[in-house]
Design a protein. Structure first.
Length: 342
């Protein structure tokens, strides 16, 4: 059966999803069909549909039923769009961050469960071949005991993200990566931030996730004039260097350096292909709503640390008391994901 897909939001990411879906349809005949391109700007919807296929419509109400909908609208609209999609689709891929607050993410999870909607979250770096290669080696314990992660994800300001805090916008990528590498929740979270630089929100953040003897240091900002996405992972036996954009992974052991052979591919293509393939075969998504919630929870602790100017214990705080069941379910599903990598 060909999966009929709607892309909701035809901006930067929505256009990219439409392009990738057209490629998947071409390379995997009978798997997927772009049925609708939805955008409040009718001309933009028409332009994307004319290039990649699908019927352009101005709202979710104007489309028919589909098998899968991809939500690539601004973060603050994700929940409202998700509500509109109920009854229109059996599955949803929502871009990261899944919502603009924990309470909105909880409502999305609740609605998905009540309406039987298969829910995936677009943590695209999980599908980056170089990141995947690192995660597999960590899961198989080939690199030794993890000590530290030092990650830097910086670049110029993108107006499309002006209503999303940089911790949620960029930090959530590196938080999710740390959760996968350490296979669990940090003991403590601390952040230092600068705001009001290019938006009304936080534009620069240093986030420290404490993991027993080790830690993850995450720097994110949207004031650097060039894009940089890099990570150093230090273990008791090796140091791994990862360049996200170039898809380069190098492993240093003593005086020896080895470059891992990576089959380069567009992460968004791999993500969308995995989403449609898993849904079509009745499998759970690689990154489901609970894992998306877990990454948001840690980001929210970072924002709370900013307000309180202190370390926040990840399991001894009001948010954990309120959301404990969801956090632990997210951890259970995260560990199931990493077990598959091994």
């Amino acid at each position: 059966m060909v999966l009929r897909v709607a892309v909701v939001g035809a901006g930067y990411m929505g256009t990219a999803h439409a392009r990738v879906l057209a490629r998947i349809a071409d390379e995997h005949p009978g798997l997927v069909e772009l049925a609708y391109v939805v955008d409040v700007d009718p001309e933009r919807a028409r332009r994307v549909a004319a290039r990649y296929g699908g019927k352009p419509v101005q709202s979710v109400r104007g489309m028919g039923e589909v098998d899968l909908a991809i939500v690539s609208t601004p973060t603050e609209t994700h929940l409202a769009v998700f509500r509109e999609l109920l009854g229109k689709t059996r599955a949803v891929l929502v871009e990261k961050p899944m919502a603009s607050s924990l309470s909105e993410a909880v409502e999305m999870l609740t609605l998905a469960r009540e309406h039987g909607v298969w829910l995936a979250v677009g943590h695209i770096e999980r599908f980056n071949p170089a990141v995947r290669a690192l995660h597999e080696r960590v899961a198989r314990r080939e690199l030794g005991d993890i000590l530290t992660i030092v990650a830097r994800r910086v670049g110029p300001f993108a107006p499309r993200a002006q209503n999303t805090d940089v911790v949620y916008d960029l930090g959530v990528h590196e938080v999710d990566n740390a959760l996968v590498v350490y296979r669990g929740l940090p003991e403590t979270v601390r952040s230092y931030t600068l705001g009001g630089l290019v938006s009304r929100l936080t534009d620069y953040a240093l986030i420290i996730l404490g993991y027993g003897e080790g830690f993850a240091s995450i720097e994110v900002n949207r004031i650097t004039p060039f894009k940089q996405r890099m990570l150093y992972l230090t273990t008791r036996a090796a140091v791994a260097y990862l360049d996200y954009m170039e898809q380069v992974l190098r492993i240093h052991r003593g005086h020896e350096e080895a470059t891992v052979v990576i089959r380069r591919e567009e992460p968004l293509y791999l993500e969308d292909l995995a989403v449609v393939s898993r849904f079509a075969s009745g499998e759970e998504p690689d990154v489901d709503g609970y894992q998306g919630f877990l990454a948001l929870y840690v980001c929210e602790l970072a924002l709370e640390s900013r307000l309180q100017r202190r370390d926040i214990d990840a399991r001894d705080n009001k948010l954990y008391s309120h959301y404990q069941d969801l956090v632990e379910e997210g951890l259970r599903r995260l560990k199931a994901y990493t077990d598959k990598l091994a």
